[in-house]
Design a protein around this ligand. Structure first.
Ligand code: GLY
Length: 368
């Protein structure tokens, strides 16, 4: 097992990454529980695959549980499900010192984290992420929240968990597409700030594809170390935390264009967005022409999408996609800031990007 600490003073917490951690869950609660009780919130898919192992382990240690299972999918990051979750916690007399466990992927983690942040002005919560994307990104760093009719993640709070327990065994039950989408976020860490890690991923791609446990533990732990370092230096994203959004402005435009449907998963959009960021950086002569070619080759070795053209169904033209990019949070005074790169592992925040250049890389990606 590996342990990564997020040192945030009185709100510091550990991320535990290992094989079969769920059956040993009670061991990791020592010193944290104030009574033998845990609330668990999961979704109806994860309920079938992992909930019984968790409940069995807790009950064998005399820990009573109350369980809420929500509908799976992005639709649950809503006011309606938030209200239902908070009311459920109040109806079940979850106390100020109790802990709620978010067992599931990014949706469960974001929703439960936000519910924990507002219940009785804040109760503690533990992230137990069961998808690769949640293990390397959303469970770490304290971004919690729901979506609004005005856009994704527009209502929420920075609220750090008390612990993150990432059981790598859960990655053996997710489908190939979800696994690879999560892998897009793993590669992102190498691309944004660690050339050696990116080379290690290229070298180990077969083991990662086969989901070799030790290789995955190393990849998840390193991703968490990198995220922890960035979060500790800029918890509320006034500066360098934005580097974690490499590829995301392109991705958000594509998500809007595809209606947040399964035509393109978030992690797939991040992978395509990273390539576009490298294409744009190369076009602006900030980085080499070889970098995007090399990254596309790695994605293709992994069986991942790397261009807009690979997204199924009709897409808007480049003008419309650029317009959608201008809806992003990174637009300041009408100017678009983007995460670009001076090479693999060297991302930076670039200001006032020329929309004509963006349009040109999007057109190339639509045609490639
Ligand atoms: N997912 C990006 C962040 O946590 O800042």
């Amino acid at each position: 097992m590996k342990k990564v600490t997020v040192p945030l003073d009185t709100r510091s917490y550990d991320i535990l990454i290992g094989e079969d951690l769920i059956p040993y869950f009670p061991i990791h609660l020592e010193g944290i529980l104030t009574r033998n009780f845990l609330a668990i919130i999961t979704d109806k898919n994860v309920e079938k695959t992992h909930l019984s192992r968790l409940v069995k382990a807790l009950s064998a240690s005399g820990i009573e549980t109350k369980i809420l299972s929500i509908d799976p999918g992005e639709g649950s990051k809503s006011w309606k499900t938030l209200q239902m979750t908070v009311d459920w916690m109040l109806a079940n007399k979850i106390e100020r010192n109790d802990i709620v466990v978010a067992l599931g992927g990014g949706v469960v983690g974001d929703l439960v984290g936000f519910a924990a942040a507002i219940l009785r002005r804040g109760i503690r919560f533990i992230q137990c992420p069961t998808s690769l994307l949640a293990q390397v990104d959303s469970s770490v760093g304290g971004k919690t929240g729901i979506n609004s009719v005005h856009g994704k993640n527009l209502v929420g709070a920075f609220y750090q968990p008390s612990q993150v327990i990432s059981d790598i065994s859960t990655l053996h039950t997710i489908n190939e597409r979800d696994f690879l989408a999560g892998y897009g976020e793993v590669v992102k860490y190498g691309l944004l700030g660690d050339y050696d890690f990116y080379c290690w991923l290229e070298k180990n791609f077969t083991k990662i594809k086969e989901r070799d446990t030790q290789t995955l533990i190393t990849a998840v732990a390193h991703s968490c170390e990198m995220k922890a370092e960035i979060v500790v230096n800029d918890e509320k994203e006034y500066g360098d935390r934005a580097l974690l959004n490499l590829g995301h402005t392109f991705c958000h435009a594509l998500e809007t264009a595809t209606g947040y449907s399964d035509r393109m998963l978030h992690g797939e959009g991040v992978a395509i967005g990273c390539i576009l960021a490298f294409d744009l950086s190369a076009k602006m002569k900030l980085s080499s022409q070889e970098d995007p070619v090399r990254i596309k080759k790695h994605f293709s070795d992994m069986g991942m999408m790397s261009s807009i053209k690979e997204i199924s169904g009709l897409l808007p033209d480049a003008d419309t996609l650029v317009e959608l990019m201008f809806q992003d949070k990174k637009v300041v005074n009408g100017k678009l800031n983007l995460i670009l790169t001076k090479g693999i592992g060297k991302a930076f925040i670039a200001r006032d990007i020329d929309p004509v250049l963006i349009k040109s890389v999007i057109n190339e990606s639509l045609a490639s």
